[in-house]
Design a protein around this ligand. Sequence first.
Ligand code: SF4
Length: 363
Amino acid sequence: MVKYKDIKSLTTDELKEWLNAAGEKPFRAEQIQNWLFCHQVRDFSEMNNVPPSTQAKLAAEFSIQSLTPAHRADSSDGTLKWLYKTYDGHFIETVMIPTNGRFSVCVSTQVGCAMNCSFCRTAKMGFTRNLEAGEILEEIIRVNWHLKDSNTLGEDGKIAQVTNIIFMGMGEPLNNLENVHRTCCTLHHQKLFNMGRKRMTLSTSGIVPKIKELVDRNTPCCLAVSLNSTNNERRSVVMPVNDTWPIEKLLEATDEYTRRTDNYVTFEFVLMKDVTCTDIAAKELIRICAPRRCKVNAIVLNPADDPTLEAPTPEEVEHFLALVRAAEIQITIRNPRGRDISAACGQLAYNQQKVVYAHTEST
Ligand code: SF4
């Protein structure tokens, strides 16, 4: 019946069903979830209004903590990056980016990734497995634990809490839509995290049928798409997903998303020297964006180990932005954060995986 090991993965109804089968009162599901998501307790024994016998049954069946911190890297710009070991021995990453009173968290949704984008370190790890909703939620909860333990204050003078979630860490979130949907529903639930839809953004490489499924499910989040190139030939070079779902199909899906949800789409655009940061790319970007309700989030490439890709110079970036803005397209440049701690997606876990493999090979 219960397929999840982490209790945070269960919906209220699933937890009620489990309690009922275990001879417990189903109403305790709300109490338990209140402890898990509002109080964010670290152990079943902290659930004061749950009888010790019930706590023991829960502890025998489920875990509250599925992730073990393996490493933390602190950037000079305030960005923090955690490397976690999962219960089955894999590595994932979570990044916290504090900006002007906001605490944004970029979460991983899979161990590795199958999408093979050329500019991404996670791609080089291959795909291992999907993360459970409980594991994704724990990435967020653990940042809250850090903010509490370090006595970090928000703008209101109270202990700070995570304010925004970006599903843009390791993995393609739409390839794990069931668990990402569960995560968003728990975060959005008024009696649990009570986080507004606009504070959660799912970023995809562009899996067209899954964008439609996201709309059908009414998953409470905003949509960002990694466009990165405006021309099929060039996009296929950096993002193989484009061979299956080329730009025209992708735009049909994002147009449908905009029509049915009344939300704009954000196009992520990584600026790569001589590939995506060119006059031709700027013109093509304008052609795509001008007729649509959208905005562009540009970011300068964070060079991984791929010697074939380079970051553009600041002058080249300014020139590109000026061309796009002249056409009245809303484009913002995201300052790269945490470069001194390898904050780009997958860099820390990839290095850790190399260490593990090197160790395995030498023993
Ligand atoms: S950029 Fe995202 S979708 Fe592409 S390989 Fe990396 S993790 Fe996967």
